[in-house]
Every structure is written in C-alpha cells, then in structure tokens.
Design a protein around this ligand. Structure first.
Ligand code: C5P
Length: 234
C-alpha cells in the first residue's frame, strides 16, 4: 500500500478533543499494466473542503485520499492524519482499519466499481484489432462500513446520479446504512467533478433539504452542520 503520513500519531495529545471523523476523497486508480490505469475525474476538492471544515470546528480528521494533483495546507495540519492510497482495495483496507475508532465517516471518494481481473506485468503492446480487459467488482467500502457501524457511529455517503436521482439516492442510503446522503447531480451546471462549486441535496430518513449552487467550501459547511446535529444525539 502506498501510504504516506505526516508523522503525527493519532489522536494527538494536548489537542482539542473534538469528534474523530474519517473522510475519503478523490478518485481511485485501478492498474491495467505498469503504465495504465482506469480512473475517474474526481479532483478531491469536495472531500478536502469537508476535511478543512472539520478542522475549523476542532475535529480530528483521518483523510484517506486517492491520487489527486491538488495540494492543500491542511495536509500538514496537526489535527489531520493523511493516508494516501491508489486503488479501491487500498482505500478499503485503510477505511476498515480506521473506522472502528471514529465517531463518523464521510465517504466522498469516487471509488472504482470495477478493477482489472489481472494486472499485466509488462506494458501491453498494440496487437490485433481489439483488446479485451476483464474486470471484477471492487469491494464496496460504504456497504462494508455500514455493516460494522455501531449505534454510536455515523456514516455519510455521497451520490452522483445522472437519472432518477432522488430514488437512487434514497435506495443507496438504505442499502449502505448511511445516516444521510449528499446528492449531487451531473445535470446541474457547475456541480460535480472538477468544479469549485457544487449543488447538493441532503437526504436523510426523515428529511430532504435542497441547497443552491455554492462554493464547495460553503457546501462543506452545510454538510458538517448536518453531521454535527446528529453527532450531538449519538
Ligand atoms: O454506489 P455508488 O458508487 O454510487 O455509491 C456512492 C457512495 O458510496 C459514495 O459515498 C462513495 O464514496 C461510496 N463508495 C464506496 N465504495 C465503493 C463505491 C462507492 O465507499 N466501492
């Protein structure tokens, strides 16, 4: 596993004793051969904004981050512990290890649903008319954390839908045992991958709140407000 960290043990002594939050962010890369991978357009911006908002509220953050190009000063913040991962499997292992000692997890990463069955040991050469790569499903991190979640823990997921948005999001929330789900639609201008803005709807078992298009940092405030409300009840 390609893990790097900022050498801070966790939790930190003498630091404010806020809630401990696991955040996943960014894409995953699934290797095809030594030079190629299957990835997606996730920039990690939304997850990093969430981590920053948690730090502003004196929470302790475990950030599990897929391969992203952006750098942020929060990566070296004393109340943040960074785990860099590449594949869905690595993200799964990191999350399963970290979640049991957390108060909540926010799963913002765009995790690959499928990964090549085998990784070619050498660069695949051009040959013949087609190349067939067999894929196998990755582990569903959200569903796995939903299964081990205790009564004192919260789990928050994201959904990026192209159609039947609300129904799919509701269904996902129940299947994965989320306390609430943040829906962002690809149909909304300026929302989703790579943008600095997002348009979210927060759906819980009992409520639905639609927010206007905002900076991702402002969306993070709305999401962490909702999380803090539930944390006080845990
Ligand atoms: O089913 P779908 O991939 O759309 O679900 C999205 C939610 O599930 C997000 O919160 C995402 O981070 C999480 N997820 C996950 N592990 C996967 C796939 C999705 O944690 N393998």
């Amino acid at each position: 596993m390609t893990i790097s960290n900022n050498n801070n043990s966790f939790p930190l002594e003498g630091e404010p004793k806020g809630a401990h939050i696991l955040i996943t962010a960014g894409p995953t890369y699934e290797k095809i051969d030594p030079v190629r991978f299957i990835g997606n357009y996730s920039s990690g911006k939304m997850g990093i904004a969430l981590a920053e908002e948690c730090l502003n509220r004196r929470m302790q953050v475990e950030l599990v981050l897929g391969p992203v190009t952006i750098q942020s000063p929060i990566f070296t913040h004393p109340s943040l512990h960074l785990t860099n991962v590449e594949s869905a499997q690595q993200m799964y292992e990191a999350c399963m290890d970290i979640y049991p000692r957390m108060n909540a997890a926010i799963l913002c990463a765009a995790v690959a649903d499928f990964t090549p069955e085998t990784v070619a040991p050498n660069k695949i050469k051009r040959k013949g008319d087609e190349l067939i790569i067999r894929l196998k499903p990755t582990k569903d991190i959200a569903a796995a954390l939903g299964k081990i979640k205790t009564d004192n823990q919260l789990l928050v997921g994201f959904a990026l839908e192209t159609n039947d948005e609300e129904t799919n999001a509701q269904d996902k929330m129940k299947r994965k045992n989320f306390d609430f789900i943040v829906l962002n639609s690809l149909n909304d201008q300026g929302a989703g991958f790579r943008h600095d803005t997002n348009k979210i709807t927060i759906i819980s078992q009992t409520s639905k709140t639609e927010y206007p298009l905002k900076e991702k940092k402002a969306c993070a405030v709305d999401i962490i407000d909702e999380l803090e409300k539930l944390l006080t009840k845990c």
